[in-house]
Design a protein around this ligand. Structure first.
Ligand code: ADP
Ligand code: MG
Length: 356
């Protein structure tokens, strides 16, 4: 492939949600065309892209067409099957590379990989039976049971308390969906923060300022920047991010979630894509996480992602996305809506960034 790609080259994006939509916006701004692969009609990203293919993510015919029509392919979520990613990778440049998906889409492999890279993670056990769960509880005390795959926004997970009966343990397993599962010790952290970084095709790495994140029911509610994050934690987080990115030969934006306990950090998980806790970069930085991702995957130099405002990002969840006119009255608030017509409980409909 000839890098950097020329203007009007086509970027394929797998996944038609809000992340794909905001990637398409950044791509258009830089003079690239986008083609979205997504099974659902009228998806947020279809509305702002040049072309789309409405088909299942693992539809081989659709993936072949995508590879043929695009100069580079990326994805907005980590649940593209590894087989599909590897199939695509043989036909067209795919960024981030499939190995990043492999490590991120299974919580057990993810923890093992993070430990190899020197990260501290919550004590964990692989769980495939109720006996495994009882043994994990006896070892760690209270914890969180999670499906190893396909969980997001707190879905596919449940807090399990020590001393529950075998029957209760059994129903916890069936409640959260299909196994295999992972059990993680419940961490009593001081705060949660995330670090968004981008690695270019040439191997340069740039960081955004870390954001402090507040979750409600497992869903991100607010991100605040700057946060009161110990400078040692910030440095350690950046060093770890560098290790992760280099070892995956990564190209693109990554989001890494941390728990902070005093000046110690523990990695919760990472996402090989742009991240909800980095949406504020669209308004508070000259170059956003979406811009950096597009620059990276087309082989352009990364931009200056320094923050020019303190800010807070608030997600609009469910019905909160309906009456938004009042946000427009505040000069420092910036609303992004994702174009979703149906609001469901827990569904992310948009977000507001307040510049301070
Ligand atoms: P998701 O993929 O749904 O984002 P996470 O593993 O990030 O799943 O969990 C969602 C939220 O649940 C986290 O941001 C954190 O607030 C809480 N959480 C997850 N794992 C733990 C843990 N081991 N200890 C304490 N809280 C946790
Ligand atoms: Mg998370």
């Amino acid at each position: 492939m000839l890098f950097p790609l020329r203007p009007n080259s086509t970027i394929g994006i797998i996944g038609g949600g809000q992340l794909g939509r905001m990637l398409a916006e950044s791509a258009a701004k830089m003079g690239f065309r986008t083609l979205i692969l997504e099974p659902k009609a009228d998806s947020p990203a279809f509305q702002l892209s040049n072309q789309n293919i409405q088909a299942a993510y693992d539809d081989i015919t659709a993936l072949s067409e995508l590879a043929k029509k695009c100069d580079v392919v990326t994805y907005e979520f980590e649940n593209l099957s590894l087989e599909s990613a590897q199939f695509l990778e043989r036909l067209v440049p795919l960024f981030p590379p499939s190995v990043a998906l492999e490590k991120a889409q299974d919580r057990l492999l993810e923890k093992q990989f993070l430990e190899e890279k020197g990260a501290l993670v919550a004590a964990y056990h692989a769980i495939s039976s109720v006996d495994d769960l009882m043994a994990a509880l006896a070892d760690c005390g209270d914890g969180i049971l999670k499906t190893r795959r396909l969980g997001y926004d707190g879905k596919g997970q449940k807090i399990v308390l020590n001393h529950i009966s075998t029957d209760e343990a059994q129903s916890s397993l069936s409640d959260i969906g299909r196994g295999p599962y992972i059990f993680e010790k419940l961490i009593n952290f001081d705060l949660e923060f995330s670090l968004i970084a981008t690695r270019s095709y040439a191997g340069d790495v740039v960081f955004f300022d870390p954001a402090i994140n507040y979750h409600e029911n497992g869903i991100l509610r607010r991100s605040v920047v700057p946060g009161n994050i110990h400078h040692i934690s910030k440095n350690n987080a950046q060093e770890l991010a560098n290790n992760i990115l280099r070892s995956l030969n990564y190209v693109g934006t990554i989001g890494i979630e941390f728990f902070a306990i005093e000046d110690n950090i523990m990695v919760n998980e990472f996402s090989p894509r742009v991240h909800n806790s980095g949406h504020w970069t669209r308004e508070a930085c000259n170059v956003s996480q979406f811009d950096q991702h597009i620059r990276a995957i087309v082989g352009l130099a990364l931009g200056d992602g320094r923050r020019h405002h303190d800010c807070e990002m608030v997600n609009l969840i469910g019905d909160e996305g309906k009456d938004v006119a009042n946000y427009f009255e505040k000069p420092n608030s910036f609303v992004t809506l994702y174009g979703k017509t149906e609001s469901r409980k827990g569904r992310k409909m948009g977000h507001v960034t307040y510049l301070i």
